[in-house]
Design a protein around this ligand. Structure first.
Ligand SMILES: NC(=O)c1ccc[n+]([C@@H]2O[C@H](COP(=O)([O-])OP(=O)(O)OC[C@H]3O[C@@H](n4cnc5c(N)ncnc54)[C@H](OP(=O)(O)O)[C@@H]3O)[C@@H](O)[C@H]2O)c1
Length: 288
């Protein structure tokens, strides 16, 4: 219950999905949490909810792709709480599913700016503060593509491979600082908007035919990876750096496979899918 008592934790992209689950788990372990996303309204709503539940929370609307906004966030946290103990670079987007040359360059750049630059911005301000105060824990979020290529999700997958290398390099550079932990977390498949609200480039729909079944079988609620994030941020990892935590819940995998198998054997009707797909036109260089 009190694993993170007195700690000050910033979680980017924490108004919904996995970031919100992590913020709640941190708060339940006694941390004061800083809620962020691009929406002022959503930030205020989540901060109010957190306070109503008896937790310490503050918030700020921030676009992580903008270095000035992330600097302002770090300054705000230090001014409000005096320090930053934990910083989770969680904010992330996927962009549309489809062939790389069919993705609108603005969408592609949006993924790069949020996932890559956002992680870079958060990391530099967090680490500077950790050095000033003599310690802290940084957690960067991995995802599909972090270990091997993710065709048709190239912007997203490549950004996650970048985050992995970036995080490992940061950990090596800062190894001498024994009180600074720099870690990566791969949360596995989590039931969030990012997973189930998909944009698909016209012509690629068939590739996602089995996706609703995969989601039904294996996606898990955010509190499962949130518990792993608590562990990474907790004293259990003191003195360690460069950890790569993977959420592989054998129980969830097995249960999903057994239920799906049973449904197939008995001819049961699949439940209504959580997955929502919007088809978007492919980008063409000659069309403005
Ligand atoms: N869901 C999965 O299956 C899964 C699997 C592996 C890894 N992950 C990773 O987990 C992280 C969270 O994903 P999720 O599934 O929870 O996504 P989500 O439900 O879509 O939530 C994303 C959060 O990030 C915020 N956000 C997006 N762009 C932002 C920006 N530029 N600046 C600040 N905040 C921004 C969103 O709020 P606004 O849109 O209002 O700004 C929202 O609060 C991502 O890094 C993702 O890659 C997820």
């Amino acid at each position: 219950m009190n694993t993170l008592k007195g700690k000050i934790a910033v979680i980017t992209g924490s108004t919904r999905g996995l970031g919100l689950a992590i913020a709640k788990a941190f708060a339940e372990e006694g941390a004061s949490v800083v809620i962020t996303s691009r929406s002022n309204e959503a930030v205020n709503r989540v901060v109010d909810d957190m306070r109503s539940a008896g937790h310490q929370a503050a918030g700020m609307a921030v676009d992580v792709s903008d270095i000035h906004q992330v600097r302002t966030l770090a300054d705000f946290v230090v001014k409000t709480f005096g320090r930053i103990d934990i910083w989770v670079n969680n904010a992330g987007i996927t962009g549309a599913y489809g062939p790389t040359i069919g993705i609108d360059p603005e969408v592609f750049s949006g993924v790069v700016n949020t996932n890559i630059l956002g992680t870079y911005h958060g990391s530099i301000f967090a680490l500077n503060q950790f050095k000033k105060q003599g310690g802290g824990k940084l957690i960067n979020m991995l995802g599909m593509g972090y270990k091997k290529p993710a065709p048709w999700q190239n912007a997203y997958g490549s950004s996650k491979a970048w985050i992995r290398n970036f995080t490992k390099a940061l950990a090596k550079e800062n190894k001498a600082f024994k009180n600074i932990g720099i870690h990566a977390l791969n949360p596995g498949m989590v039931l969030t908007d990012l997973l189930v609200r998909n944009e698909v480039v016209a012509g690629s729909e068939d590739r996602l035919k089995v996706f609703p079944t995969i989601v039904r079988m294996w996606a898990k609620p955010g509190d499962v990876p949130a518990r792993k994030a608590v562990w990474l941020a907790s004293p259990a990892t003191d003195g360690k750096t460069g950890l790569e935590a993977n959420v592989f819940s054998f129980g969830v995998m097995l249960k999903g496979a057994v239920l799906e198998g049973w449904r197939l054997v008995t001819g049961g009707v699949p439940p209504k899918s959580d997955v929502d797909m919007t088809v978007v036109p492919g980008w063409e260089p000659d069309k403005k």
